[in-house]
Design a protein around this ligand. Structure first.
Ligand code: SF4
Length: 310
């Protein structure tokens, strides 16, 4: 049995800094520390923080006035910030800078009064956050190519689009092509909103698909980018599975396979992948693990100043 570990996988710079912010705030100020929404979409990370006194909330109103709160990496609509201010909460915004970039584009498009098509998964925290920066009068949310047909915007108008950062690169291209055909004056964001980490992880799974006969993705069920990795493997013609923890892997699915590709979503800590490798090695002790040079190893985002929590 051979294992091939995807070249780029696991924590991206946005997730790493969000997790570091919570770690540092917890260490400095202790529990309880409030976090708005799951800091990142990973069951292990969230449960581990929960055990150490982090309280995850979906409604700012449930937090006692004056407490400390961190906003998750996915971003928040402006109304959440306003509510936090009204309750005198001390807050640090752990929104990934690449999500903030999309918020800024949304504001610019709305200032120009462009009808704005937001491509993403309805109900996902990032989409809820970004929607809050688009004037509701010009906001249109779509998820898939067929939704373009249902848009009732005048085709002669300037129409802008934005996307969630963690979508399938290939599927999103199809949606954008369809938008271009329907709206000849379509305005694109200056640079793709799908972030470098999403693009690199999907490319790395395509690379695995060329070498492997089965792919296993580590990622939680609510992790958008992890689910897209499983779909990428399937779309490349290789049976692909997603598991939250190693104990979810039914080892029988590996029977008859020789080359296992393993990757993990941008919110997945390395120890989850190590658990999976150990589980496979326990069943197939002669397993060899192949790794590749990771082009992302020097990407880090600057942390915000935590003094505002004092
Ligand atoms: S997946 Fe991309 S946008 Fe999301 S936190 Fe990571 S770097 Fe930021």
């Amino acid at each position: 049995m051979e294992i091939y570990l995807a070249r780029t996988q696991g924590f991206c710079a946005g997730v790493a800094s969000a997790v570091d912010i919570v770690e540092m705030a917890l260490e400095k100020y202790g529990a309880p520390l409030y976090v708005y929404h799951e800091i990142v979409h990973n069951t292990y990370v969230v449960n581990d923080f929960r055990k150490r006194g982090v309280v995850f909330v979906e409604d700012i109103e449930t937090i006692p006035d004056g407490e400390r709160i961190i906003f998750s990496a996915h971003g928040i609509p402006p109304e959440v910030i306003n509510k936090a201010k009204a309750k005198n909460l001390k807050f640090v915004d752990a929104t990934c800078p690449l999500v903030t970039k999309v918020h800024n584009e949304a504001v610019k498009f709305s200032q120009r009064e462009y009808e704005t098509v937001l491509i993403g998964h309805k109900g996902h925290q990032e989409l809820i956050g970004t929607s809050g920066y688009v004037d509701p009068k010009v906001l249109h949310i779509i998820e898939k190519e067929q939704d373009v047909d249902a848009l009732t915007i005048d085709p002669g108008q300037e129409v802008a689009y934005l996307t969630q950062t963690t979508l399938s690169v290939d599927e999103t291209k199809g949606i954008i092509e369809k938008l271009k055909n329907k709206f000849p004056r379509l305005v694109a964001p200056p640079r793709s909103d799908i972030c470098y980490a999403t693009q690199n992880r999907q490319d790395a799974v395509k690379e695995l698909a060329r070498m492997c006969d089965i792919i296993i993705i580590c990622g939680s069920p609510n992790s958008s980018n992890s689910n897209r990795l499983r779909e990428t493997g399937e779309n490349e013609g290789v049976s692909s599975y997603i598991i939250d923890r190693a104990d979810e892997l039914d080892i029988k699915i590996l029977a008859g396979h020789k080359k296992i590709g393993i990757s993990s979503g941008a919110s997945v800590p390395r120890l989850i992948v190590d658990e999976l490798i150990n589980k496979i090695k326990a069943e197939y002790p002669k397993t060899i693990v192949h790794t590749f040079d990771n082009p992302e190893k020097n990407i880090v985002f600057k942390l915000p100043n935590l003094k505002v929590l004092e």
